[in-house]
Design a protein around this ligand. Structure first.
Ligand SMILES: [Zn+2]
Length: 194
């Protein structure tokens, strides 16, 4: 099975442009990843560096406490957008709360396409909130590797089945504007031609 994305299952190095902290982050699926994440030490931008050292490893198992990418879920996208709207309160960009749902409905399908990258900590609550098609940490350890298909193909309906999940405000600590950096999409397209 040929990977769709150049960064499929890649073990990647991110380096903070400010405090220079380096972090190894695994991409647990055949899906896009962002160029930049928030630095774990200082919260500023850490950039994917030394691409030539990326290593494809579908069976990589991130250690507890390590961050890795999985597919983001519909509810998580909603939580991020709600937190973004909340942060606009009291600013010139404030949106009346009774319009939030409309804004979210309009924004979510464009910014958070199925298979959007979500950075989570192995062993955390979010780690267990994997989309139905994704391999959980426990599965990875107890079952023989099975062919997996990307949840990109799974459709949104499967994600919405987990409608009872709740998320803390910490979900919104993700630099959401970075996720949707246009370069991310360029890279996506790029990868498909390789
Ligand atoms: Zn830093």
């Amino acid at each position: 099975m040929k990977d769709t994305h150049a960064e499929a299952f890649a073990v990647m190095r991110y380096r903070c442009g400010t405090c220079r902290t380096e972090e190894i982050i695994w991409n647990s699926r055949d899906g896009v990843t962002p160029f930049c994440v928030d630095c774990r030490m200082c919260g500023l931008l850490a950039e994917h560096v030394e691409w030539s050292r990326d290593r494809r490893d579908p069976l990589h198992d991130s250690a507890p406490g390590d961050r890795y990418f999985r597919d983001g879920m519909h509810e998580e996208a909603r939580a991020i957008l709600r937190e973004r709207l909340r942060r606009c309160e009291g600013t010139p960009y404030e949106v009346p709360e009774d319009e939030w749902e409309d804004v979210i409905a309009a924004t979510l399908p464009q910014e958070f396409r199925p298979g959007w990258p979500k950075l989570v900590v192995r062993g955390s609550d979010q780690d267990t909130l994997s989309p139905p098609n994704a391999m959980s940490g426990e599965l990875a350890q107890t079952e023989a590797p099975a062919p997996r298909r990307s949840t990109r193909d799974g459709g949104e309906g499967m994600i919405e089945e987990s409608g009872e999940l709740s998320f803390s405000a910490n979900d919104a600590n993700i630099p959401v504007d970075i996720w949707m950096d246009t370069r991310l999409h360029d890279r996506d397209d790029d990868a498909e031609t390789r």
